[in-house]
Write a protein that binds this ligand. Structure first.
Ligand SMILES: Cc1cc2nc3c(=O)[nH]c(=O)nc-3n(C[C@H](O)[C@H](O)[C@H](O)COP(=O)(O)O)c2cc1C
Length: 217
């Protein structure tokens, strides 16, 4: 009888310890769950504040320029619209000789005559924080009435979904024509506008006026 009482007491202790251990592990699980939901909440709130700081509108000027005319326009447009600037730089830049379309042995003439040579490699086609831009101003010189092909790998290699794309070009005499809509087709994503053409050495004031008319600031 005394022996049974001892066993009962031992069993009672074992039961007590198991209950206590179980309660501890529940608290630990609850703690972990509440830490996880705190992390999720803080991630959500920082995403919201990032949207607020940009006011939901952020623009970038992306351009290629062989001899500097488009670069000048791109810089003025970025300045007037408060946009970031991103230059498309060929891994092998075009020299003046390369750009001489009057010389049948020049690089541009060879590339023009053989489209397989038109996949100009660029030093980078990745814009950091690309998703955050809702407007892309896209600048290029006209080459044979089309967007100069060094822009192609950027257009093919990026997703323009949800973005408004505003093409602009510089040229000696030709208008922008269908150069922008051909880029839109190449991209397959994004809402591409008709765009704008500037003469080679256009007045700074006309470029600024156009940029201001976009109401991006
Ligand atoms: C290879 C090549 C082809 C060109 N083709 C045209 C053309 O078809 N129509 C035109 O009006 N200008 C043409 N131009 C002139 C350029 O579009 C113009 O000089 C442009 O402003 C150059 O811009 P960039 O200095 O940014 O390279 C051509 C220039 C080059 C080098």
């Amino acid at each position: 009888m005394k022996f049974k009482k001892t066993i009962d007491i031992v069993l009672a202790f074992v039961l007590l310890f198991s209950l206590a251990a179980c309660a501890n592990s529940n608290t630990a699980n609850q703690k972990q769950t509440s830490t996880e939901s705190a992390t999720t909440a803080s991630a959500a709130s920082s995403a919201t504040s990032a949207e607020n700081t940009t006011g939901g509108k952020k623009s970038i000027v992306i351009y290629f320029s062989g001899s500097g005319n488009t670069k000048r326009v791109a810089e003025l447009v970025a300045n007037e619209t408060g946009s970031e600037l991103f230059e498309l730089v060929p891994t092998t830049p075009y020299t003046d000789d390369d750009l001489n379309w009057r010389d049948e042995n020049s690089r541009v003439i060879k590339e023009h005559n053989d489209p397989s040579l038109q996949n100009t490699e660029l030093t980078s086609i990745k814009v950091s924080d690309w998703e955050s831009y809702d407007t892309v101003l896209f600048g290029y010189p006209l080459w044979w009435r089309e967007a100069a092909w060094p822009v192609n790998s950027f257009v093919k290699g990026n997703d323009f979904s949800g973005k408004t794309v505003i093409p602009f070009c510089t040229s000696t005499s030709d208008g922008i024509g269908d150069s922008g809509s051909k880029l839109a087709q190449m991209a397959g994503t994004g809402t591409w506008q008709d765009g704008m053409r500037f003469p080679e050495n256009d007045d700074e004031s006309s470029i600024r006026d156009w940029a201001r008319s976009l109401n991006l600031k």
